[in-house]
Design a protein. Sequence first.
Length: 247
Amino acid sequence: MHKLVLIRHGQSQWNLDNRFSGWADVDLTPQGIAEAREAGAALKQAGFQFDVAHTSVLKRCVRTLWGVQEALDQMWIPVLTDWRLNERHYGALTGLNKAETAAKYGEDQVKIWRRSYDVPPPPLERGANEALHDPRYAGLDPAQIPDTECLKDTVARVLPYWHEMLAPAIRSGQRVLVVAHGNSMRALVKYLDNISDDAIVEVNIPNGIPLVYEFDAELRPIRREYLGDADAIAAKMAAVANQGKAK
Ligand SMILES: O=C(O)[C@@H](CO)OP(=O)(O)O
């Protein structure tokens, strides 16, 4: 039986402030740090241990992984960080308040920007794209650095990571933990669960809750389950969906 555990990072400062984050490197809040430890404790209680962990190059994910590893008493396992697990790039919306953006452009437009499969937010001007000068992206061809991304664009970088890095490790028997972001997880979940372009619009990922997949030998999902209280998880998902309301 193959398993995979996915966790969205804990609450970030811009989750709390209700701002579009994308590739901005915002840190966790104290609540986010506590959520990371709780996720690790829940995994430990359920008997999970891991051989390797993968995360993005953004500190809200890295710090979440640290909290999970600490609670699991597995600080020693190999960790791979990769930009392909980053949050979807939010283009010119990065840093804007979601409720204010909904008040200005309408909730429907904000839902399209947040959740549609193939409509990207307005792009950053190339000259304003700080990722071009950020050493963590120095190994990339500048053409790979986006000025904005829709979910389809995020799928186009997350899926190669799945096929090249995650799936072979899982197939070889490694116990793999992935700490990622709301939309890089939506990209992976869309593929794994074969969710349509229309249905993915309603999928929201809660912060700091382990999502456990069980696969058959072909890595087709047999079961998936969030670890934790179902009502609390549903409330967290609804809170994410409601971030795009004008209030
Ligand atoms: O701001 C972001 O980068 C993401 C995740 O926090 O937000 P949303 O849920 O609006 O896609």
